[in-house]
Design a protein. Structure first.
Lengths: 312, 313
């Protein structure tokens, strides 16, 4: 994520937060301090040097803050005025309220002890703003599964997952070694080495049905080969109705700005099955123009489905 | 740059430490960094005040000195500056940290980071051991919530361009009531001023920037507003009965209220409120799914299938 540009103001804010942090973490190593603030050791040293020049009016050694950080460990004294952390901003409070609601949705319902703690925290934070902010956050993926995968990523161990592949609507069991979290289109993915595919694959976290770090792997399921076709399918569609819904479904809403209803769109996908399903699932609002064989298959599917429903 | 930073920190310290209001001349005389002629000092000070206020630091103006009639005084009250969460337990601190950590990697990462640092500076040991091993994460992608959060906190009207169902860009004016997230999508709920009705907007359908309406009056969030209710589909929910092949249709299974065994199939009972959504979902699954009832869906499915056949003839 790109950091916002560093202005004197954001740096001043960091210095104001540095003092209470140091006051409550006396003797912290320079390295750890830099890590906590998400900046380099050079930057934190610059911050500390600037802080050295700050204090109460008069600015003699009696009034200036006293910092020691030459041996690689940082301590602060004579900093009572700023020793207490700054108030949370209203944006921070709303972000925390959303986060707390998310935590609540991630807890097992029998943890009533924690749920009542969450309630009192939400109450406490709302009081800072002056009213109860209506927020609601449901976790996109199962938080326990996420935690297992995160652990296996941190400690570089394998995880066995049950994964729902949307393209062909199938559930498979795979052994993966997570490499990196990735974020795209507001969804979270884990980029991992998949032993079944013998290659790096990306898995959408909300489609992982279960995860375990147990070394016991079901050999039968493991031996089943997965079909992986990495070949792109190029196809053309024409949208006849519910424009926004259909563009969102085909993932092209972002790239289309001015589109007339009925214009043909050229799109590519990795799975012909996904294309067939998406056209069928647009209930007649989307027509597949090209390629011809896909077009034919869609017609056959629709006809056979129609026969089933018209009989009943 | 570092002179300016020093001056801002020193100004904060001086205004916080003082027990009475400091006049501008006292500030210029005693605080390091105010240089040049009176006008340039004044300009510096005005900018610094704005800057600190932008950081959320409240500078109080008052305490006119009876001897110098027209000179205002300034101070920052510690109780306004400092975090006032009262006695906080290690468990509560752990929960707050988890809540802030949920924003990691999102566009609001910096915000989360600064909240975490403040919380860690309270001087309470976070008691993580009492929490289950969960690490919830907010999927916020590139969405910048700063204006949205600001408008809600200050109850200020906003305007933005919104993509309609027919892909038309429409200008909307909204008094936001609340914000919510469901399966990776973000929703903003509020009073649509043009429609004079409560409306829900999906944030990824907002085009370009959201702006605060200048000169907007503070609005009230209606006492009866219930965000969960607003997010739930309006109107009575109906039930659909659907047969799905074993091992298939994971998405529909997740929606099911009831799953009964039916030989090679499972019979699912699914609540729905929007006819076209459920028809889309059933047709997406092809012959792995077969609708049993109600008739309204069946007729819509038949109609949609006829259109598909005709379009692909």
């Amino acid at each position: 994520m790109p950091k916002p540009p560093l202005t004197p103001l954001t740096r001043a804010a960091r210095l104001l937060d540095l003092v209470p942090f140091l006051s409550s973490h006396q003797g912290i190593s320079l390295q750890e301090l830099a890590k906590q603030f998400g900046i380099s050791e050079k930057e934190i040293t610059q911050d500390l040097t600037t802080l050295w020049m700050c204090g109460l009016p008069g600015y003699t050694p009696l009034e200036l803050m006293d910092l020691s950080f030459d041996s690689g460990f940082v301590s602060i004294s004579n900093a009572q005025t700023l020793a207490k952390p700054r108030n949370l901003t209203s944006s921070e409070i709303i972000a925390l309220l959303l986060g707390l609601d998310l935590v609540r949705g991630s807890l097992a319902p029998d943890r009533t002890d924690l749920i009542s703690e969450l309630d009192s925290l939400a109450h406490l934070l709302s009081a800072q703003i002056g009213f109860t902010v209506p927020v609601s956050a449901l976790p996109e993926s199962n938080s326990e599964i996420r935690s297992i995968i995160d652990k296996s990523l941190q400690s570089n161990i394998r995880t066995v997952i049950k994964y729902h592949s949307l393209y062909n609507d199938e559930i498979s069991t795979r052994t993966i070694t997570p490499v990196q979290w990735r974020y795209e289109n507001s969804h979270e993915y884990i980029f991992a080495f998949c032993e079944k595919a013998r290659a790096l694959r990306t898995f959408r976290v909300d489609r992982i049905i279960s995860a375990t770090t147990d070394a016991v792997v079901d050999k039968l399921e493991e031996s089943a080969q997965i079909k992986t076709s990495a070949e792109k399918v190029f196809y053309t569609i024409k949208i006849h109705g519910r424009l926004r819904t259909c563009l969102e479904r085909f993932g092209v809403v972002k790239i289309i700005r001015d589109l007339d209803l009925g214009k043909e769109l050229e799109i590519s996908a990795y799975s012909p099955e996904w294309v067939r399903r998406s056209v069928m699932g647009s209930s007649g609002c989307v027509e597949l123009r090209q390629p011809q064989d896909l077009r034919h298959q869609i017609r056959q599917r629709a006809e056979s489905a129609l026969r089933r429903y018209e009989v009943g | 740059m570092s002179r300016k930073i020093e001056r801002l920190v020193n100004l904060t310290i001086a205004l916080l430490a003082t027990k009475r209001y400091l006049t501008k001349s006292e500030i210029f005389r005693s605080i390091d960094g105010y240089e040049g002629n009176v006008e340039s000092k004044e300009r510096m000070f005005e900018r610094d005040k704005d800057d600190l206020r932008n950081l959320g630091i409240e500078i109080e103006v008052g305490g006119f000195d009876p001897l110098f009639e027209d000179e205002a005084g300034y101070r920052i009250r510690p109780e306004h500056y400092q975090l006032q969460l009262g006695e906080i337990s290690g468990v509560q601190l752990a929960l707050l940290s988890l809540a802030a950590e949920a924003w990691r990697g999102a566009a609001m990462d910096v915000l989360a980071q600064s909240a975490i640092l403040k919380l860690q500076s309270i001087g309470v040991q976070s008691d993580l051991d009492c929490l289950p091993a969960i690490s919830p994460r907010i999927s916020a992608g590139e969405i910048d919530f700063s204006i949205i959060f600001q408008s809600i906190a200050q109850r200020k009207t906003i305007t933005f361009d919104y993509l309609s169902d027919s892909m038309l860009v429409q200008k909307r004016t909204l008094n936001p009531y609340g914000v919510a997230t469901r399966s990776g999508h973000w929703y903003l709920i509020g009073l649509d001023l043009d429609k004079a009705q409560e409306r829900t907007f999906r944030l990824d359908r907002v085009r370009d920037e959201i702006t605060l309406l200048k000169k907007s009056e503070e609005y009230e969030i209606p006492a009866g507003f219930d965000i969960e209710k607003s997010l739930g589909q309006t109107g009575a929910q109906e039930l659909a009965v659907i047969d799905v092949r074993k091992g298939k249709a994971q998405i529909l299974r997740q929606l099911a209220l009831e799953i009964a065994d039916n030989n090679e199939w499972d019979r699912l009972t699914i609540p729905f409120s929007d006819l076209s959504t459920i028809v889309d979902l059933i047709l997406w699954h092809g012959d792995d799914v077969f609708l049993i009832e109600p008739k309204s869906i069946k007729l819509a499915i038949i109609e949609a299938l006829r259109v598909i056949v005709k379009l692909h003839a």
